[in-house]
Every structure is written in C-alpha cells, then in structure tokens.
Ligand binder design. Structure first.
Ligand code: GAP
Length: 517
C-alpha cells in the first residue's frame, strides 16, 4: 500500500513537471482542490471528451447534445432536491480543529477491517502456494472471521443510520464513531463534536444588491441543465422516445474532504447523458447502458480486471437502480462513473415547480406520460486520473537505465508525432519542418531540436507521444526517416510519403470508436 502511495505521489509530480496538471493559482500557493490543466493536460482532456462525445452523439442516432449555462434559475435546485438534501454529514475534532465527513470516517474504518482480512489472505497465500483455498481459509481462519464479523456489524449499523426513515441519523453516526474508537488522524484524540449536515452547493448573487439581488448557485451537476431543456430539445428536434441528451460541462461542489489530487475537486467537469424512455422499460435500459458504458471503458485496453461494478445498497429516494463503474487506482478501486435509473422524479419535480406540463405524447400508444430516465454520469477529471495512473510506468531498460513512460492510448495522447532533426545543420531542421507542415493538418505534431536524440525520446516518452521521427543524412538523400515506437522503442525506416498512412489510423479517435461497434 505504501508503495502504491509512493507511485501516486510520483504521478502527481509527473503531472506538474510535464505540463499536464498544475495547482490552481500556483504562484499564490494554490487553492484547495482546484486545479488547472497545462499544455499537455488540456490536449489529453479534450481527447477524452471527444471520445465520450462522439461515442454518444455520433454513434447513436437518437442522442443529441446541448450546452446549458452554469447558472440556472434558483428554483431548479429547489425542485431537484439539492437545496434541501445535497448535504454531507460533517464532524469536527475539537483538538486539531479539523473537519471530516462522518460517513467517510466510518467507511475508512470498514476499509481497515477489509485490509486486515486481505493481509491474512496474502500471508496464507504465500505460505500455502498453489494449494491455497481462499474460500476455505475465509470460512475457517479465526482472525479473518473476527475481522469479518466486525466489518459486517459495522456495515449493518452504517446502513441503518444512512437509511433512517427521516433522513440520515446524525446522532447514530456519531455514536458509531465513538463506539469504534475512531481517532482524528492529526490529533489522535476522540474529542468529536456532534455531526451536522453541510450543503455542498456554492452560492453567489446575481444582479446588484440595490436591485434586490437574488441568490443563485453554481450547478453541482450538469444533469439539471438537461432536464429543464427536455421539452425544448424534444419539440425542436422532433425526438421520439427513447432518446438521449448529452452534455459536457463544469460542475461545482464545496467538498469538505477534498483529497487525492484531481479525484475529488471543488470545480470539476462532468460528461452526462440522460436517456428518456417509456416507464416500465427502465430496468432493461439500465442493464443495456451498464453494458455499453463498461465497453467504452474497457475499449481503452487497460484490462477488464481493473474495472468492476459497484451496485448501490442505498438508493436515493427517486432511483430504482444505481451502480458505479469503479477503476483500480493506486489507492484502491474507486468510482469513475455512475449509472442511475432516476425514474420520472426530475421531470415531475420540474413540472410541479414550473407549472409547465412536461410530458411526452406517445404516438404508438396514444398516451401522454412523463418519461423515465436512465442517466450515465462520468467525471472527466477522474477519467483523466485513471488514464494517467494506468499509463505511468518507470521502466527498467535492458541497459540498466530507467525511463519514465506514459503508455497512453495513442488516440488520447496529447502529441501524436514528434519530429527531430538529428543535427541543426545540412538542411535537416528545414526538412523536419516540412514534414510537420504536411502532417499537422491530420494530427498533433511537435518539433524538437534541443539536446541529444536520446534525451528528446525520453521527453516524448514522458508525455506519452506514441511516435517519433528522426530526420538524418539519409533523409536528405532518399526521403526516408526513422520511425520510433514509444512502447517497443523499436525503430524502422519508412518513406516520408508513408508516414501519414502509417500513423493516422492508429492515433485517431475514429479508430477507438470503430472498436465499439
Ligand atoms: N448527475 C449525477 C451525479 O452528478 P455523482 O455520482 O454525484 O452523480 C457523477 O457524480 C460523477 O462525477 C462521479 O462518478 C465522478 O466521476 C464525478 N464527480 C463527482 N464529484 C466529483 C468531484 N468532487 N471531483 C471530481 N469528480 C467528481
């Protein structure tokens, strides 16, 4: 685990050193849980967004996109339930003055029991080798059974307080923290305040105070921009059910426990799609979207074993099914995307609060009804983080040297081709520029002439550039160059005229999309 934490720290500093992610307002020592994307980060992020957008909007005839404003009428958030219920349960430690999410403290305690079980299993696995029977060990080992019971009891109590009839049982939550002896990681004491609810929405004011400014919110999810535009899009696009509306945009949450770099941010970006369907068909569509979205993730080639579904035990009052797609990050399996069957809750609420009739007339059944919704909701930044984590490698080379390489999927890499003149003379720089001038219309190219070729390769490996080309003496004679592959480091000679056809298909988003069909 400590080793994995080390790797994660290295990834964070790599992101800064190579222009992927910077702390926001860095010269002022940053702003908590807010980050800026640098010259390479923005390209990678744009490619992720393109891969998602095109898989939704280009590959589905019945999905269209919108781009709604961040500011919305304040009643939107009353109707959606965010004003009353978008809360985190917080607790303070009186000695360290640090604030924590009470539910996270309890979840971490459960994770400790799971870790203990896992360690016993790993120890036994080493001891017994191939003859190890995990199921039998789990059922019989005393220490495993003891920790499993502690985990189960805690899980059961946690479920009870989270699902209490009148909303989360805050007193019950504090009691669990006391009973489990959970201490503040900073002060090491159990001197806790009561648990309180804290709304996560950022507020601001619109208009001058003299005009009677109104309080508005920065949207905490992009989804509501889609719900309030349902009628506009359905009518102007003459959309027939089932159909979807996709959107990519910023969302804001005043997260208290903002940790793990860009995993939990206060300003982040979501890619959401609401799929409007006939009531009664939602569980079939839910299953279909689970499959479609998992395929989209696995299509990147990171290995099916690094993904899993986590079905929710606790459903929001409006949902009748929900799951997360989790990815194996260096700090464990973590949610990257949520898929929710939201019934007709949001559209009905907006109909109630706006007084507008938000229904669909189904020409096939001659009935009007409020459509049900399946939502797929993925965080761009979390996706970015999962890609960085999986791609990062410190590789030991046969000659004993190491290189840091990002094995980014070529279609997502910020730079697709780097072109180097071997030396700065004999017309090599000009020839290299000529190649770039030709290819830059087809994919992102970069010219580099500083330092030895070896160093230039390393810099390109570190930003995940899949191909490098070197212009040398022979190029001036026969118009061929050496083409080097990032992952294998193999080089071979190819004609300049062939470069585009060799590279373009491998680095285009289209190549990824085709594999989805
Ligand atoms: N409309 C549904 C919704 O917003 P969510 O599970 O709260 O659901 C969906 O968020 C996705 O948005 C998450 O799976 C995650 O990828 C991303 N996300 C949520 N909060 C985030 C945060 N504070 N920082 C970064 N990404 C976040």
């Amino acid at each position: 685990m400590a080793q994995q934490e080390d790797v994660f720290k290295k990834i964070v500093s790599h992101c800064k050193e190579y222009g992927f992610v910077f702390p926001s307002s860095d010269i002022y020592d940053g702003l908590g849980a807010v980050y800026d994307y640098g010259q390479n980060g923005v390209e990678l992020k744009n490619n992720i967004k393109q891969y998602w957008w095109q898989s939704m909007v280009l590959l589905h005839e019945n999905i269209v996109g919108i781009d709604a404003a961040i500011f919305m009428h304040p009643t939107t958030w009353k109707a959606s339930g965010h004003v009353d219920a978008f809360n985190d349960p917080l607790i303070d430690n009186r000695d360290s003055k640090k604030r924590y999410r009470a539910d996270v403290l309890i979840e971490e305690q459960m994770a400790k029991y799971e870790d203990k079980i896992q360690k016993e299993i790993e120890k036994a696995q080493k001891r017994f080798g191939d003859s190890f029977d995990e199921a039998k060990f789990r059922a019989t080992n005393e220490r495993v059974l003891e920790n499993q019971k502690k985990y189960d009891d805690l899980h059961h109590r946690f479920q009870e307080v989270m699902n209490a009839p009148g909303g989360i049982d805050l007193e019950g939550m504090k009691q669990i923290i006391l009973d489990e002896g959970i201490v503040c990681p900073i002060s090491g004491t159990r001197n806790w305040t009561d648990v309180r609810q804290f709304n996560l929405m950022f507020k601001t004011e619109m208009g001058s105070t003299a005009d009677g400014a109104s309080t508005i919110y920065l949207r905490p999810e992009t989804a509501q921009g889609i719900f309030v535009n349902y009628l506009n899009v359905q009518k102007t696009g003459r959309m027939k059910l089932p159909f979807g509306i996709a959107q990519i945009g910023k969302a804001f949450r005043n997260e208290i426990v903002a940790r793990q770099f860009i995993f939990r941010m206060r300003e982040f970006e979501q890619m959401e799609m609401q799929f409007f369907i006939q009531p009664g068909t939602e569980l079939d569509w839910f299953a279909k979207w689970k499959e479609t979205r998992m395929k989209w993730h696995q299509n990147l080639g990171f290995g099916a074993e690094n993904y899993r579904f986590h079905d929710h035990d606790k459903l929001a009052h409006y949902a009748n099914a929900a799951t997360d797609i989790e990815f194996r990050m260096p700090f464990g399996f973590k949610e990257v995307e949520g898929i929710h069957s939201r019934t007709n809750f949001d559209l009905s609420q907006h109909a109630k609060y706006s007084g507008k009739k938000i229904e669909y007339f189904d020409p096939e059944t001659n009935e009007s009804y409020t459509p049900y919704v399946i939502e797929t909701s993925i965080g761009v930044d979390r996706m970015f983080l999962s890609i960085m984590c999986h791609s990062y490698e410190e590789q030991l080379l046969p000659d004993g040297q190491t290189r840091t390489v990002l094995h980014l999927p070529a279609a997502l890499a910020p730079v697709k081709l780097a072109v180097f003149p071997l030396t700065k003379k004999d017309g090599m720089p000009e020839k290299a520029q000529e190649i770039i001038n030709e290819l830059r219309f087809h994919f992102n190219c970069k010219y580099e002439e500083k330092d030895q070729i070896g160093k230039r390769y390393r810099r390109m490996d570190a930003i995940g550039c899949p191909y490098c080309v070197t212009v040398d003496q022979q190029t001036l004679v026969d118009n061929t160059v050496t083409l080097r592959d990032r992952d294998t480091m193999e080089q071979h000679r190819v004609a300049i005229s062939e470069l585009r056809s060799i590279i373009e298909d491998k680095v285009s988003i289209t190549s990824l999309l085709k594999k989805l069909l």
